[in-house]
Design a protein around this ligand. Structure first.
Ligand code: FCB
Length: 490
């Protein structure tokens, strides 16, 4: 493609039916939204600008828990925002999902809005709209203001209430120009990795606290739905979502113990989130499992109804399956499976990615079909992508064929879900830019755009140039069959 012109005439919104075209090409339906995603702490840097307060990730990273790396500079997006939006425009991306740093908007997580912080996000949204790029705004992608953690964090109810106040502030500031919202990104990670396993900020290893955090993240979501809806000038027209990370769960053996391990992981990873949000009830078997570590006294009358406030869309982040077997003590604390100390979640060997995650595109179709059958509202893939050890070659390009193929196969999985009748409305690749990959620091590159962290030079990888063509034509070409044994399930 010509990166200088940014063709936009035949975008994915071009009319056309789902189905095969010439030479096995498949077309996305009209209006299907294609784009890329990032999150604030992973790309912004500029931690001292705008009067931003510290977040739990500043603290956690400063303590050395992210391979000694921090988000202090990251991809320097706070300073390079206009350049990054121009790059998206050159790639012809129709949509961009980003998150707002709560401590940039409320430095201590409470009290009046910090206008300088809001101004940055307003400028970002204006820049996107000026380039015809649709913003998808996520309110919480894990960067809790440190002051709120000091007051108890997500295990305390007040944090959910503060989150609703923050949602109202952002809704009032951006609601005249942002239509698509997500409240919370991957609450499983925030609760279980942050408060039970301790491998994400704030690094606590208290199973009971994690169970309470899970509830308050869900409650915060439900309160934020109402707060946003009330604050948005075009409330009725808005699309409010939550972003979950469902996993197909595969039992690695046939024994009752293996099947029970799979039930437990499915309960904690999937049903604990989808059932309250979609149906206003916690699954009984999961509550039973959790009662081993928590008295569940944090769940009050009326909470479930609040958590189940109607939403307009559901975001799905998908990377891979969970392969599970029973193993005595394998998930004893600290682990992300509170109340279930005997489950082992195993990465299948031979994965081609740099972080060891398997490549299982058909699992994406599976989760989309399942959620749709369970009564989900319209779905979006809010994140999907893969990390590889990319290098800028002598020709100045990044030949990331494995990522290109990963994205192609997952887009095909989206089309399979559409063919199966799923109301899927869009797909955001993770990630626009190489970035701070949480506990892995800068060691994992997920971007379709390479970032040289020493110079901050951006280089669109081959996958980005290819994706730009998919976006431009609204079609996906057939891929040759894969050789066996490359990490995909047969
Ligand atoms: C997801 C996170 C996202 C990124 C990807 C690789 O769990 O939401 O920020 O780290 O994983």
């Amino acid at each position: 493609m010509d990166l200088g012109t940014g063709h936009r005439s035949e975008r994915s919104t071009a009319p056309g039916a789902v189905g095969s075209g010439a030479a096995g090409e498949r077309r996305f339906p009209p209006g299907f939204l294609l784009g890329a995603a990032t999150s604030a702490y992973q790309i912004e840097g500029g931690v001292d600008l705008d009067g931003r307060g510290p977040s739990i990730w500043d603290t956690f990273a400063a303590a050395g828990h992210a391979r000694g790396h921090t988000g202090e500079v990251a991809a320097d997006h706070r300073r390079r925002m206009a350049e990054d939006v121009a790059l998206m425009a050159r790639l012809g991306l129709p949509a961009y999902r980003f998150s707002i740093a709560w401590p940039r908007v409320q430095p201590t997580g409470a009290g009046p809005a910090n206008q300088a912080g809001l101004d940055f996000y307003r400028a970002l949204v204006d820049e996107l709209l000026a380039h015809g790029i649709e913003p998808l705004v996520t309110l919480y992608h894990w960067d809790l203001p440190q002051a709120l953690e000091d007051a108890g964090g997500w295990p305390v109810r007040a944090t959910a209430e503060r989150f609703a106040d923050y949602a109202a502030i952002v809704g009032a500031a951006l609601g005249d120009r942002v239509r698509r919202w997500s409240t919370v990104n991957e609450p499983w990670c925030a609760a279980m990795l942050g408060y039970a396993a301790g491998v994400h900020a704030p690094g606590r290893t208290d199973p009971a606290a994690a169970v309470a955090a899970a509830h308050h993240l869900l409650l915060g979501h439900g309160l934020a739905v109402d707060a946003l809806r009330a604050a948005l000038p075009h409330g009725a027209d808005a699309e409010i979502a939550i972003t979950l990370n469902p996993y197909p769960v595969v039992a690695l053996g046939d024994s009752d113990a293996d099947r029970d391990a799979a039930r437990r992981v499915d309960g904690l990873a999937n049903r604990l989130w989808s059932e309250p949000v979609l149906h206003g009830a916690y699954p009984e078997d999961v509550l039973d499992d959790l009662s081993a570590v928590s008295d569940l006294a944090h769940i009050r009358d009326g909470d479930l109804a609040q958590i189940a406030r109607p939403i307009d869309a559901l975001g799905v982040n998908y990377y891979r399956r969970h392969h599970v077997r029973h193993e005595s003590g394998a998930s004893a604390p600290p682990s992300p499976w509170p109340g279930s100390p005997d489950v082992a979640v195993v990465e299948p060997p031979g994965a081609p990615t740099s972080n060891g995650w398997a490549v299982e595109p058909d699992g994406l179709t599976e989760v989309l079909v399942r959620l749709s059958r369970e009564g989900a509202p319209p779905l979006y893939v809010h994140e999907n992508g893969a990390a590889f050890a990319d290098v800028v070659d002598e020709d100045g390009r990044v030949h990331d064929e494995a990522r290109r193929r990963y994205i192609a196969d997952h887009l095909a999985a989206c089309l399979d879900a559409l063919d199966a009748g799923v109301d899927l409305r869009g797909y955001m690749v993770w990630s626009l830019l190489d970035n701070f990959e949480w506990a892995e620091g800068y060691t994992q590159r997920f971007g379709i755009v390479h970032v040289d962290f020493a110079t901050q030079r951006r280089t669109p990888k081959d996958s980005a140039l290819w994706y730009a063509e998919v976006v431009r034509t609204g079609t996906l070409a057939a891929e040759p069959a894969r050789p066996a044994g490359d990490g995909r399930r047969p």
